[in-house]
Write a protein that binds this ligand. Structure first.
Ligand SMILES: CC(C)(COP(=O)(O)OP(=O)(O)OC[C@H]1O[C@@H](n2cnc3c(N)ncnc32)[C@H](O)[C@@H]1OP(=O)(O)O)[C@@H](O)C(=O)NCCC(=O)NCCS
Length: 197
């Protein structure tokens, strides 16, 4: 069992896990083949790590610099516009979540004067069959190691307030809520402590 950078052969496994774990989110509602294209568009532009267990890819983490991930989303959207619009058209409530998902739109930080972090953990998921076995934690550690290499000093992530398990997981992992919106908790984790004055 190991964690490594994802390659094109892992994309199908990542798409399967994403579809199974985020069935209500815009990308999760797309056909699996389109989810695979979404992650393929992110491969060269972001940090995409997989955990490989006995039966293959059973967990992944995706994140990186917002600007680069946005470029991947734009490319994905432009090359798959027809199928994306079709998915939105048959499910109108998806339009708003699609705009957020594809543009990387985030709530303005009204509760903090600090600018939002440049680096984000966008998605973390493990197969249900291996949930609670420590894979989520090691994927977060590997993600932090990978972004430290890029000299990131902090990163952000947001979690839907209804996702109790993920909230408990992140809090157990030492994350603290920085702010909240109507639907989400937003976390910022500093990787480098400021030197005490
Ligand atoms: C959130 C998620 C990634 C956690 O992965 P996981 O592999 O099950 O988590 P781990 O086994 O590594 O747990 C790490 C720690 O969090 C704790 N934890 C995990 N789930 C918990 C829960 N429901 N309640 C309390 N603590 C929990 C574990 O006890 C563990 O601490 P320990 O090692 O001291 O026992 C997984 O549940 C998942 O894929 N959920 C669906 C997708 C999702 O919601 N992703 C997050 C939003 S991006």
């Amino acid at each position: 069992m190991s964690i490594r950078e994802a390659n094109v052969n892992d994309i199908a496994g990542i798409a399967r896990i994403h579809k199974g774990r985020f069935p209500r989110q815009f990308v999760g509602r797309l056909p699996r083949s389109l989810i695979a294209k979404f992650y393929a568009s992110q491969l060269a532009r972001s940090i995409l790590l997989v955990h490989v267990g006995k039966s293959g890819v059973d967990g992944f983490v995706h994140g990186g610099l917002s600007s680069l991930m946005a470029a991947g989303r734009k490319e994905f959207f432009l090359t798959n516009m027809g199928r994306c619009f079709w998915s939105m058209a048959i499910r109108p409530p998806l339009c708003w979540s699609a705009v957020k998902s594809l543009t990387g739109w985030r709530f303005r930080n009204r509760q903090s004067r600090e600018a939002p972090p440049d680096c984000w953990l966008r998605c973390l998921a493990v197969d249900r069959a291996v949930e609670g076995t420590g894979i989520g934690a090691v994927l977060v550690e590997a993600f932090e190691y990978a972004i430290r290499v890029t000299h990131a000093r902090e990163y952000g992530l947001s979690v839907n307030k209804s996702n109790r398990r993920a909230i408990q997981f992140y809090e157990k992992m030492g994350f603290e809520v920085e702010r909240e919106t109507e639907k989400s908790f937003c976390y910022r984790k500093r990787l480098v402590r400021e030197a005490s004055k």
